[in-house]
Ligand binder design. Structure first.
Ligand SMILES: [Zn+2]
Ligand SMILES: [Zn+2]
Length: 561
């Protein structure tokens, strides 16, 4: 990522009594949320999530926040506070704990339970937990924390108030203001107002839906649509949604009971998360409604419901396999109904429409956000944000959680209600709160950290550029042997092409050009293997560009013998 603030230098020393905010992810993208607060030499981290790769990150499994800025200060970390259990907030925690395993983890019951399952998969067992709930306070070093209930698309989400000598910070986490949520746990605006009365010096607010006017509709508004789908469907129903969307699954379970169907989960994360949610009481499973997936197949199709992962078109998830008809036990049939009860995260459009096309091709009736009201967002729209600004009346605002366009829209809302000091900062841009005023003071290193299989951070942007070139243009390899005594080409050039239309070419003319260029270079005194390879690269590159209008990766190998 090229840094948006080339003019900024490393931040100066934090003035005594000041609070520093260092966003390491999530400001400038939807994902990998991580913010570090520094006060009196101690650090508090809020969230540690992952970003999912897009088409221009070939082969990348996950993208992490960049820990470089705090890597040599991990002993100063008081705790990692997790606002809720979404992957973009907890997903990178195992990678942080690999660097210091005893960082205390603070979060609500459900958040910590979902995190624990993840930590076990990473074989991290000896971790330190502080379970909290709304209304609780917790003092960690110089940070006094208070937790506030917020409503979101996962239960048990928390906003966090952080009190230090520099003032009061309120971080909303991800939130919306559904007034009729399934679990009756609304965003605690009374607490927001109380904190506002006390005086919020810095308000960090969720920008995701700042461009969307009005109010996010209530989760219950999709109930009639789900019921209609169940009523109309004569065959099997497959519902795909996020494996963490417990309330969405609750609605499906309730509809299944009402329409005399049985439900099975498909997909490892769905099975795991719903078991956690049921055991902890966040999901109410009506008796007799659940069956094992294999058992479901023995029922008539009009009694079957599958709740599956893969609503974002993830290639390895159940729904993609079903769409390609290579799922090991779910075979899509003509007349089946597939309900995609989820948002479409930017960047996933192609993958999702590929899945919808695949399912439609087999004759399934696909109901999705584009043709029915089957999804509501988990984030506050512009109207809700205005409400919050008016209730909290903060001195300074720092929009978080969004692409730059979302954060700028959020900043504009804050200014509309008369908040004068609104700071828009992207990842790595350091904001200090000193004497009640927040301002940008510098920047820290903050790149993308790519996870590829078992490697973390070894794959660089330039590797990805290579992969993109390979993916789009294939490669040409040229092997030449140069006689170190005579200084003449003694074997080759041998040219091989893969992944492009050059396969099967004779390459006779370019071979002659390479030999000539090498002879000339050696005659000019360039005998170093690296220089000779560059000569080969340039010669072949010019030829392939001029004659074929292509730019494949060129791999020259010059061997001296
Ligand atoms: Zn979230
Ligand atoms: Zn989020």
């Amino acid at each position: 990522m090229s840094h948006p603030h080339p003019e900024l230098a490393a931040p100066p020393q934090l003035p005594e009594g000041g609070l520093r905010v260092i966003p390491l992810g999530g400001l400038g993208e939807i994902g990998r949320n991580m913010t570090v607060f520094e006060y009196d030499g101690r650090l508090l981290i809020v969230d540690c999530g992952v970003l999912f790769p897009e088409d221009h990150h070939p082969g990348v499994d996950l993208i992490l926040p960049d820990f470089a800025a705090i890597r040599d200060r991990l002993d100063d970390v008081e705790a990692l506070v997790l606002t809720h259990g979404h992957e973009d907030h907890i997903g990178a925690t195992p990678y942080l704990l690999r660097e210091r395993q005893d960082i205390p983890l603070v979060g609500s019951q459900l958040t910590l339970a979902l995190l624990d399952a993840k930590l076990r998969e990473h074989r991290l067992r000896e971790t330190v937990h502080h379970q909290v709930k709304e209304g609780d306070t917790l003092t960690l070093g110089p940070f006094e924390l208070e937790f506030v209930a917020v409503n979101h698309s996962i239960p048990d989400a928390l906003a966090i108030a952080i009190r230090t000598g520099a003032g009061l910070v309120l971080h909303t986490g991800d939130f919306k203001m559904d007034q009729l949520p399934l679990d009756s746990r609304i965003t605690d605006l009374r607490a927001f107002a109380r904190l506002g009365e006390e005086g919020v010096d810095l308000f960090l607010t969720d920008s995701t839906n700042a461009e969307t006017p009005g109010f996010t509709p209530t989760e219950k508004s999709i109930t009639p649509v789900i019921n209609e789908v169940f009523r109309e469907s004569k065959q099997r129903i497959i519902v795909a949604c996020f494996a963490s969307h417990i309330h969405r699954v609750q609605q499906v379970l309730d509809a299944a009971v009402e329409h005399n169907r049985k439900v099975a989960y498909v997909g490892r994360s769905m099975v795991r998360n719903m078991a956690i949610a049921r055991d902890l009481g966040y999901l109410t499973v009506p008796p007799g409604v659940m069956v094992e997936a294999k058992e479901l197949a023995s029922l008539p199709p009009e009694r079957q419901v599958l709740v599956s992962t893969g609503s974002q078109g993830e290639p390895m998830a159940a729904l993609s396999r079903i769409a390609q008809r290579n799922h090991h036990f779910v075979h899509i049939e003509e007349g089946d109904t597939v309900l995609l009860a989820s948002s479409l995260i930017p960047g996933n459009e192609n993958a999702v429409y590929r899945v919808i096309n695949g399912l439609s091709r087999w004759g399934a009736n696909v109901v999705h956000k584009g043709n029915a009201h089957v999804h509501v967002s988990g984030h506050a729209s512009a109207g809700e944000l205005l409400y919050c600004y008016n209730i909290v009346k903060p001195r300074n605002v720092l929009p978080v959680h969004g692409e730059i366009r979302h954060m700028l829209a959020n900043a504009a809302l804050a200014r509309q209600v008369g908040i004068e000091n609104v700071v828009v900062a992207e990842d790595g841009v350091v904001v200090d709160l000193v004497d009640g005023v927040a301002s940008i003071v510098g920047k820290v290193e903050c790149g993308y950290v790519f996870v590829d299989g078992s490697s973390v951070g070894d794959i660089t942007e330039s590797d990805l550029k290579d992969r993109r070139i390979l993916g789009e243009e294939g490669f040409l390899s040229i092997i030449v042997v140069v006689d170190s005594v005579t200084g003449k080409v003694s074997a080759g050039p041998e040219i091989h092409a893969r992944g492009n239309a050059l396969e099967g070419e004779s390459f006779d003319d370019v071979k002659a050009m390479v030999t000539k260029a090498l002879d000339q270079a050696i005659a000019d005194g360039n005998t170093d293997a690296y220089q000779l390879q560059q000569t080969v690269r340039r010669t072949v590159g010019r030829w392939v560009s001029n004659t074929h209008r292509r730019r494949p990766m060129i791999i020259p190998v010059v061997v001296e013998a």
